[in-house]
Design a protein around this ligand. Structure first.
Ligand SMILES: Cc1cc2nc3c(=O)[nH]c(=O)nc-3n(C[C@H](O)[C@H](O)[C@H](O)COP(=O)(O)O)c2cc1C
Length: 367
């Protein structure tokens, strides 16, 4: 093993969470849960990643109880008896293999293409009914509807705790519902959920508070957010560290334990004048642990699966250096773990030449 990467394979310990190493599986939608119910294949898929050395699984996005939360009938629900029974089997499989697991709870909001989604006759949910290109396609959510959605997230978190998940991750990234409230292009509200950037965090902060009230003080809550949006890779919520601080404070105060800072390339500096990436800045500003992510360990480009550009191949040495410098605490790995379930073990043992490269295969073939 390259000792530059030693820290990646050391224990992570905080008040609420202990992990045997710092490799986290990034949440990735796989569309393999027909009618929203994860089956045994899903349990085996996550079990294999734990057997391959991943310490914490963050599941694919799984939807809260709202008829327009889901983008597709094959995306798993996080409500209803059948789906939750399926998730219980997933949790058991991961625990048997010695790993930990948290569901990523999700509502797609305006990003839903109704024709492809369950309940196509219903309009999308969103802060203002406006797309980022100014097109109006729905009515804004009423305050009562916003309140019901806050409760739906809290119910999902309570269900996660009941089934035995080790915490929850709230999906506040990538231009989906929560991020649509953050983003001024889509949030034109003038009630308590809209206005300046701090007011635009109110929906998310209420969700985190409601989850905290439902699960108690000891249960880990991860909050994932991103500057970039799938609708616009160049979008930024915060232009500088001061704005980032204003954005993060209400979320940290609401009860977030760990921020999962989604970037497309972990080595890119977030702001001018420092090499710190987004996870680095968030840790520095909040003092809370952070997860970094973005093109870790790719041996070949599979970005077509994620409609992006060539991410190239990179040495992992600087990842180790950044971990050693405490820039962030945990490292989420996405596409590399889809390609090779044994990525952590092979990297730990320095068997880089044995990493599987399935880039010629279709994503649906990689299980
Ligand atoms: C097939 C696929 C599905 C994804 N689905 C989700 C998702 O459900 N939730 C989410 O927050 N991010 C999702 N992402 C983003 C990943 O979590 C991750 O941030 C991104 O792939 C960058 O990490 P990587 O370069 O290691 O793959 C997805 C990415 C891919 C490739």
């Amino acid at each position: 093993m390259s000792n530059k990467l030693d820290k990646l394979f050391t224990e992570y310990k905080s008040d609420k969470l202990t992990l045997k190493n710092r490799v986290v599986m990034a949440p990735m939608t796989r569309f393999f849960s027909p009618d929203g119910v994860p089956g045994q294949n899903v349990a085996e898929y996550y079990r294999r990643r734990v057997e391959g050395g991943t310490s914490l699984i963050i599941t694919e996005g799984t939807t809260v109880n709202d008829p327009v939360a889901s983008p597709h009938p094959n995306v798993p629900h996080f409500h209803g008896e059948a789906a939750l029974a399926g998730w219980k089997d997933v949790v058991d499989a991961v625990h048997e293999a010695g790993g930990k697991i948290m569901p990523q709870i999700w509502h797609v909001g305006m990003a839903r293409r109704a024709k492809e989604a369950p309940n196509p006759e219903l309009p999308n949910a969103s802060p203002s009914g406006i797309l980022h290109n100014e097109k109006k396609i729905a009515e804004p959510l009423t305050e009562a509807e916003v309140g019901a959605l806050v409760k739906a997230y809290a119910d999902a978190a309570a269900a996660a705790q009941k089934i035995g998940f080790d915490g929850v991750e709230v999906h506040g990234a990538h231009g989906y519902l929560i991020d649509q409230f953050f983003w001024e292009q889509m949030n034109r509200r003038d009630d308590q959920y809209g206005g300046d950037m701090v007011l635009r965090t109110n929906f998310a902060a209420e969700i985190v508070k409601a989850i905290r009230a439902a699960v108690g003080e000891e249960y880990p809550i991860i909050f994932r957010f991103s500057q970039w949006k799938q609708q616009d890779y160049e979008a930024k919520l915060a232009q500088n560290p001061e704005e980032l601080e204003a954005f993060l404070k209400p979320l940290a105060d609401a009860g977030v334990d760990i921020f999962h800072c989604s970037t497309r390339r972990y080595w890119e500096p977030e702001f001018e004048g420092s090499t710190l990436n987004l996870a680095g800045w968030v840790k520095k500003i909040t003092g809370l642990p952070t997860i970094t992510v973005g093109s870790v360990g790719l041996v070949n480009d599979m970005m077509s699966a994620f409609k992006g550009e060539d991410s190239g191949t990179r040495s992992l040495d600087d990842l180790g250096e950044r971990l050693d410098a405490d820039e962030f605490d945990l490292v989420a790995v996405g596409r590399a773990l889809i390609q090779d379930a044994n990525w952590p073990t092979k990297v730990k043992e320095g068997r880089m030449d044995e990493l599987q490269d399935y880039s010629a295969k279709a994503l649906s073939e990689l299980v």
